[in-house]
Design a protein around this ligand. Sequence first.
Ligand SMILES: [Cu+2]
Length: 161
Amino acid sequence: MARVPLQAASNGAAWSWSDGVRRRRVGGENGWVVGVVNYTLWASLHTFLVGDFLEFNYLQEFHNVLEVTEESYARCSASNPINLYMNGKTIIQLKEPKTYYFICGVMNHCLLGQKLEVLVLSTLPSPSEVPVPTPTPLHQPSLPPPPLSISSYFKPSLCSY
Ligand SMILES: [Cu+2]
């Protein structure tokens, strides 16, 4: 057993990793749907790194996943997608440090907000740059913090919602 938690279930963030590979479930437990999740907001609450996986869960009768260009994303154009996925559970590895654009190509779902833009970083930003909202604790813990290790950068605190 190298690294521990495979599921950060308590906060519903629905992401997991093992051996340093991180997988994010798009939209959390709602999945890839129309009219429920603000995917721009969802993406803003997460950090995406090269090598991470996105998992789109959806009903294939109703939705699909199109990777598109920035222009097509802005216009919600489903013509000439870069990639098209429609198997109901689409897992995509983010292999490059760039902005990826995804839309649903079914009817007007994209215009209704079923669109996702993710900025993929090559490395984690330094901790001081990560906007982690920290609730003010009522009592400061008296124990010293655990030693900082590489794996502690991957704790769900980066993905806290
Ligand atoms: Cu859709």
